[in-house]
Design a binder for this molecule. Sequence first.
Ligand code: F6R
Length: 611
Amino acid sequence: MCGIVGYVGEKNAQEVILAGLHRLEYRGYDSAGLATVRENDLTCTRCVGKLGSLEGALRQCPHTGHVGIGHTRWATHGTPNETNAHPHLDGPGDIAVVHNGIIENFQELRRKLEDGGVSFRSETDTEVLPHLIHAHYEGDLFEAVKKALREVRGAYALGVVCRHEPDLLVAARKGSPLIVGLGDGEAFIASDVPAIMQFTREVIYLEEGDLCTIKRDGCAIQDLEGNERSHITATVDWDETTAEKEDYPHYMLKEIHQQPDVIRHQLLTYVDKQTGQVRLPDLGLDEVALCDISRIVIVACGTAWHAGMVGKYLIEGFARVPVEVELASEFRYGNRVLGPNDLVVPVTQSGETADTLEAIRIARQEGASVMGVVNVVGSSIAREADGVIYTEAGPEIGVASTKAYTSQISALVLFAIQLARTRRTISGEAARGLLKHLWDIPGKLTHYLESCETVRRVAEKPRYLKARNAMFIGRGYNYPSSMEGALKLKEISYIHVEGYAAGEMKHGPIALVTSELPVVCIAVQGQVYEKVVSNIQEIRARDGITLAIATEGDDLIREHSDDVLYVPDCYEPFSPILVAAPLQLLAYYIADGLGRDVDQPRNLAKSVTVE
Ligand code: F6R
């Protein structure tokens, strides 16, 4: 949530920062702004709305400085307007700050500053920072930021510039992600790698409590007590197109189509070619630890939580270990009972989701081990967990999660197989059989995605496009798919949609069925197929509109459904990966048909770094 970019170098800072902010707009798009410094002059431009508004304003009055900071905002404190947009300035306009996170004691700090005669312009928590830094400034920005941060409680990723020190950028990180990029005679800060990938591949992932000075010739890092800290520079090996839309109209569509490659790549990474066995090198759990696990608790939010729900079926099915799946936001305030034989598994694309991060901190305090299923390398959750399986999905830019979801499920399949083999709940031959089924998935997905026009034709029917409400139902392995299908459609189309376990219909939800209600019924072949078909018939008997997601070759289902979307036949436990594709495409085409902003739906942002 909120994207930060900063630059020090020879180039025009405005151009570098805007290019970076474009790559971070998925993190927030309520307002945007930038501040640059040139020859003891600080210029700041801010605009409400998306980055386009800021670009328009900068075309009128361009900045010429070579040092600067920029921000794209998802509003927490204060409505999205120009006054609340970042960067925020101190009273005289000498110091500018961009901030991602929440300053918890901002009210107390604000009162203190106001008592000292400071006037505030905005309603934001961030504005206390430039005033506080100003109060400590005695000609050394780094020292002033350090002293100010000692008074602050909360989470922050910060970029600070000052007109009296025109060659310097100061950055700090606590609780919100921030990286430093090192180039030839130039340096960058950013919330995420894609923002600076076009300029450099050499990055430092800042650690909790880092405070650094960034100049053209590099950066120096300390903690708030003034102790030097050293960090390893990592090289990012993504290719340039990874963060581009390429020929797709939206990132979401590109990312849907990337899914076969993502799963193939994951399998190539984690299945040993010679032995055909799963190898999870960073699991952080040896054989004894895997055998000692008495319970697994998966913690996650949103789509990742749905992947976790599929994970429960897989792990319990293959490895026979009891699994609970908790919303991280509930887990952190619940009456948890955790112990040393519990394994807590955060599932997260960003690796920065505030609730999931807090959940694992609690789990570790209470003695449980933590093994994360994480996409973003070097993210907070990946670093704080005892072990990690990287999902290897590459950057996901569309706000609605697609490839991250299916890659989370396939990573959980691999973990379940590894756990099951170690605990001898399945034989080597059975494990090889499971992996063979998993290897079949990318090809089947590719085949399916070639015919995505079929989904578009269904999605564009008025009965779906004009629906005010909709329902998704599924059972067994595909109960989580129904929840995910519903979330996908509601978040990008703004249609009111709910996902239910099909067997629950008669316990309440069926009362909602009318001739105007589309019900998407996941009815692929498997042990619950006939049960779901009965549910479809019950809906039809009440005039509901039924759209079945069924297995190719199932001609009978046409008799019970207004529309059918067929997916290739597959091993039932892995069907949620295949079923995700029509659900994602259905949401995509309905939302696009309604003219919604598919990649940047209203009120949302990716990477929810505040509670
Ligand atoms: C929905 C979506 C969100 C995320 C959730 C968790 O399409 O993307 O529900 O799944 O915010 O995010 P991560 O996986 O980054 O922890």
